[in-house]
Design a protein around this ligand. Sequence first.
Ligand SMILES: NC(=O)c1ccc[n+]([C@@H]2O[C@H](COP(=O)([O-])OP(=O)(O)OC[C@H]3O[C@@H](n4cnc5c(N)ncnc54)[C@H](OP(=O)(O)O)[C@@H]3O)[C@@H](O)[C@H]2O)c1
Length: 348
Amino acid sequence: MSNQAAWLYGPNQLFRVGSAPMHEIESHEILVETYSIAINPIDWKVRDYGWLINTWPMVLGCDVSGVVTEVGNSVHNFSKGDRVIGHAVSLVSQKPKNGAFQHFVAVEAAKAAKIPSALSFSDACVVPLALDTAATGLFNSASDGYLGLEWPTMGSKSDNNKIVIYGGSSSVGALAIQLAAASGAHVIAVASRRNFDFCRSCGAHEVLDYNEPTIVNDVVNAIKVAPQTHFAGIYDAISQEDSYNITVPILAQIGSGNLATVLPGPSTVPSTSKTNYVEGINDTVHRLWENFVGPALERGTLKCVPSAYVVGSGLESIEKGLEINKKGVSARKVVVEIKKEQIASGCN
Ligand SMILES: NC(=O)c1ccc[n+]([C@@H]2O[C@H](COP(=O)([O-])OP(=O)(O)OC[C@H]3O[C@@H](n4cnc5c(N)ncnc54)[C@H](OP(=O)(O)O)[C@@H]3O)[C@@H](O)[C@H]2O)c1
């Protein structure tokens, strides 16, 4: 067996496909043969600006699906041959072996889950980074500026929390809607009207259009219905000036609720709110990978959304994938198929 990777040699360069070592895994890792990868905005941001990377060349890529080929000594929940998704973390580890854009990637077992046999690798790979990013903001403590929701369980739940997911049709937003709904919260999503049905299919109880000039009041009124509920706050899955012009005034009018952001936060928030920036690669949501992701995918409680938009095959297509993502997508996730899955055929 040999390995190949899409190497990035520095900021503002093109990927170069070339040979890579066959990685030695650490005891907490699994080696995954890559079948599909998903593209995220951070991939082209790192390519264009060199953010986060201390050592070049590097292998980027956060979302991988494939088949386990090696299992670390201290890993007991995976075996060779398992079909899995994993969150690849080279942006934090600074090790090329942990980037998804290669044929064999070392994945932390605590950031991986088995996937059902009926789920294709391309459909499944849309989940990992968005899941970790959504969960970190939703379930970490409100005293730290996050939203402090209950952890989701496999049974259906309903609690007293109400939450707004701003940017519900984005990749992170769609996972945030699903996880917040699975935790039992009442979810108000904000998205373009064309994506209302999509947000409802993820579990949103209400959806409002951010293009309406009345959006701040629309959301405030929706929060104020059933005042006995606890307003946890807003997960801002867009976190740009446009969105802060909406999310911060909502918090000011309500007079409570935190703001979790996926990019650096607004310059100020009301004194009644706390805010915190979500780092999608962290170790605070491992319990979700361990207890929830696999069974929830199996039962269809967790859907692989936004749906995969396969733009090419092979490591050479990754550059094209980054360009398509950079131009902007709406309720879909750019995916590149790295290896074709052989579908077992019957006897006839
Ligand atoms: N901090 C972290 O660890 C972390 C992790 C992952 C992502 N991120 C960041 O999170 C952001 C979202 O990433 P993603 O992959 O989820 O994005 P994405 O799927 O590419 O986002 C596309 C969606 O954004 C929506 N959108 C665009 N502008 C909007 C606005 N002004 N208001 C409301 N919705 C808007 C669009 O909605 P409509 O089509 O409905 O209009 C579209 O569906 C990126 O900046 C990314 O870098 C951060």
